[in-house]
Design a protein around this ligand. Structure first.
Ligand code: PLP
Length: 371
C-alpha cells in the first residue's frame, strides 16, 4: 500500500532554474538581486508598500512584535488555537498574551470575545488566519480603530486568501507570512513581513540585520537578530509566486474533493466551505471528531496511519502551554473550544504536490475506516 505523505511541496516551475542562477552567479547569501525582486513582487501581489524577507515565519513575528515596541506589561490579544511562534517574542519581552478561544465552526478566533478582553494595557490584537479560512476582520478592525490598537496579522497560512475582496497579508498594521515547506508558497524555510508604514518597515529591516547602522556598521544602539533570508530562498520564492494561482487551484480542488466525499461521514465535522466574508482555501484539510468519547483525534489518526494515510494533530491550545508558567501566566483551561479542537482534530494529506490519485486514495481509505 502506497503511503500518502501529509505534505510534499510542489517545485515544478522555475524553481530549479532560478536556484541554478544563484549557484552560477555566486549570489547565495542575503545579498543579490533575488531578495529585492522577491520583496517587490510580494509587496505588489498583496498590495502593500513594503515587504521585508526574513528567515522564517517565526522570525517575522518576532520582528513584527519588536518593531511595534511591545514591552513589559503590555497586553497582546492572541488566538489560543495557534502555534507557539505567535507568543515567543511577546513572552520574551515580558508582555502578556491574552488568549481568545477558538470558534467551533471556523476554527479561527472567536471575534465576539475580543472586545471584552481589551483593557487599558492592551497594545495590539494578533490575528491568525487558520487552516485556510480568514478570520472575520471587520469586527477586529473596528475594535482596533476604536481603542487605537495595532493589528498584527499572522498570514502564515493565508497566502492568496481573500477576505471580502482583499488579500490576507494586507490587513495588519504589520503582517507576517511563512514560506515553510508546508505553506501555500515555500522557500524551504522563510518568511515575509508586510506593512504600509515606512518607519516600521525600516525598523524591521534593521532588526532583521542585527541592527547594524548604515554609517557606523559595528556600533549598536539596539539589539536585533540575524533573521536574513538567503538569495537561494528568494529564488525559490519568486518561482513559487509566479505559480500562485496554479497552487491555490490545487488546494481548492483538494479541499472540495475531500468535502464532497466526506459529506456523509457523520462522525466528523468538516471544514466550512464558505462564509459570508470568504471562501476556504484549505491550507490543510482538517477533520474534527463529533463523538469525542468514542473516537478521539489521536485514535482516528492511529487508524489512518495504519492505513497509510499521513496525518497531523491540530494545534495545542496556547493558553495551556506548560512554558507559560515560567512567565507567571496562569491561563490554563481558559479556552475550552481550542482544547476540544486539539483533542479531536487532525488533518489529512494536504500538500501542494498532492495528486488526484492520492486524493482519491485518501478518500477511499478514510471512508473505509470510518463507515
Ligand atoms: C507555520 C506558521 C508559523 C511559523 O512559520 P515558520 O516559518 O515555520 O517559522 C507561524 N504562524 C502560523 C499560523 C503558522 O502556520
Amino acid at each position: 500500500m502506497e503511503y500518502i505523505p501529509l505534505n510534499s511541496p510542489n517545485l515544478s516551475g522555475n524553481e530549479r532554474k532560478y536556484l541554478l542562477e544563484c549557484i552560477e552567479t555566486g549570489w547565495v547569501s542575503s545579498e543579490g538581486p533575488f531578495i529585492e525582486k522577491f520583496e517587490h513582487s510580494y509587496a505588489k501581489y498583496v498590495g502593500r508598500t513594503h515587504a521585508i524577507a526574513v528567515s522564517s515565519g517565526t522570525a517575522a513575528i518576532d520582528i513584527a512584535v519588536s518593531s511595534l515596541k511591545i514591552g513589559e506589561g503590555d497586553e497582546v490579544i492572541v488566538p489560543s488555537f495557534s502555534i507557539i511562534s505567535c507568543i515567543n517574542q511577546i513572552l520574551r519581552v515580558g508582555a502578556i498574551p491574552i488568549f481568545v478561544d477558538a470558534d467551533q465552526k471556523t476554527w479561527n478566533m472567536n471575534v465576539d470575545q475580543v472586545g471584552e478582553l481589551i483593557t487599558a494595557k492592551t497594545r495590539a490584537i494578533m490575528v491568525v488566519h487558520t487552516y485556510g479560512l480568514p478570520t472575520d476582520m471587520d469586527p477586529i478592525i473596528s475594535l482596533a480603530e476604536k481603542y487605537e490598537l495595532q493589528i498584527i496579522e499572522d498570514a502564515a497560512e493565508a497566502h492568496g486568501l481573500v477576505y471580502r475582496n482583499k488579500l490576507c497579508g494586507s490587513f495588519g498594521t504589520i503582517s507576517t507570512m511563512s514560506f515553510y515547506a508546508n505553506k501555500h508558497l515555500t522557500t524551504g524555510e522563510g518568511g515575509m513581513i508586510t506593512t504600509d508604514d515606512k518607519g516600521l518597515a525600516e525598523r524591521c529591516r534593521s532588526l532583521r540585520n542585527l541592527c547594524f547602522q548604515p554609517d557606523a556598521r559595528f556600533i549598536h544602539e539596539e539589539l536585533g537578530w540575524n533573521y536574513r533570508m538567503t538569495s537561494m530562498q528568494a529564488a525559490l520564492g519568486l518561482a513559487q509566486l509566479e505559480r500562485t494561482s496554479e497552487i491555490l487551484q490545487i488546494k481548492k480542488l483538494m479541499g472540495n474533493s475531500y468535502n464532497m466525499a466526506f459529506q456523509n461521514l457523520n462522525s466528523f465535522q468538516l471544514p466550512i466551505k464558505t462564509t459570508d466574508y470568504a471562501e476556504n482555501q484549505y491550507w490543510v484539510y482538517g477533520l474534527v471528531s463529533k463523538l469525542p468519547s468514542q473516537l478521539s483525534g489521536s485514535q482516528a489518526r492511529k487508524l489512518l496511519e495504519s492505513n497509510g494515510v499521513g496525518t497531523r494533530p491540530f494545534f495545542y491550545p496556547l493558553c495551556d502551554q506548560p512554558v507559560l508558567s515560567r512567565y507567571g501566566i496562569k491561563s490554563e483551561g481558559s479556552c475550552p473550544v481550542a482544547r476540544y479542537l486539539y483533542e479531536n482534530g487532525f488533518y489529512l494529506p494536504s500538500g501542494t504536490a498532492i495528486t488526484t490519485s492520492q486524493i482519491q486514495q485518501v478518500i477511499e481509505r478514510v471512508n473505509n475506516v470510518f463507515t
